[in-house]
Design a protein around this ligand. Sequence first.
Ligand code: 5AD
Ligand code: SF4
Length: 332
Amino acid sequence: MTEEVLIKRLNSKNRRNLFEEADSVRRLYCGEEVHLRGLIEFSNYCSRNCLYCGLRRDNRKIVRYRMSFEEIFQSARFAVSKGIRTLVLQSGEEDGRSIKELCDIIEKIKKELGCAVTLSVGEKSPGEYLALKKAGTDRYLLKFETSDEKLFKKMKPDSSYSARLGCIDTLAKFGFQTGSGNIVGLPGQTPDIIAGDIQLMTDLSLDMISVTPFIPHPDTPLAMDPQGKMVLTLKTLALTRISALDAHMPATTAMRTIHSKGYEKALKCGANVIMPNFTPGKYKKHYSIYPGKICIKEDVEKSLEEIVSMLGDIGRTVASGYGHSLKGARFC
Ligand code: 5AD
Ligand code: SF4
């Protein structure tokens, strides 16, 4: 879709057709199965200072934690015992743990639990990415957050847009199933910037794409800015599904946080993944990238039951496989 068409559809009042089209594309390319990815937020230390994020370096109010090797492994084992086939290990950037220790954890999880492993630990050097790949990491998530270079520099003052895109390129070249995405509703973002995001998410041939609403965090410079709109986020998700076709796309916790039916709404306009949170209760309340994260209040076993029952209500099923990339034979 051209930028002009994308902007027109983002601004259009007739969203029913758009959502139905995205739902049909999702059905055709991904089927009715919904993949559950077990999220473990193993450290909230971060060396960066992104304006929108509660984990930013300058936030002195946050209680920092770093889960031990054993705690990470126990959380991983618990998730797998609940039927989870993919674990997503996430932290802030540069949490102080060595790549060697991260590799040891991944090797142990791969060997003893046999699940797929996704990492989301930020920008690293090519050598570090290679080590993580050799340790057995299957997938890697690195959101570009916004495709507008000026807005990127404003939102991520200590990162560089070109370096970030370079990392995404390196990850794909090293054979990681690669995920990226944007945030909808960042202050200063315009419809043409969102159209650019959709085009970039498509052009990168991503295996996984995340579209999520901005939620202002009180202890950041964006505390007083308005929250990203649910409908605009859903339109972005739907247009991305229609453009990118077969990428795995989550109904994000942020969508569920800003709307009680956020999961259902996202699953009905393109999403095919949910990420239940397996971070231990004593830590997950401190992984406050944004406030009010719904998973903090919920016990993961209870939320798994609710997810399964909600999926039944909307005619979808829990996937039984690993949910690897749908992009051909590359990862079989
Ligand atoms: N609102 C929405 N998403 C956020 N993230 C960080 N802070 C916020 C926020 N305030 C997202 C970013 C990052 C991911 C770990 O969390 O997209 O990549
Ligand atoms: Fe750190 Fe990521 Fe938050 Fe930026 S978005 S402050 S890199 S955890």
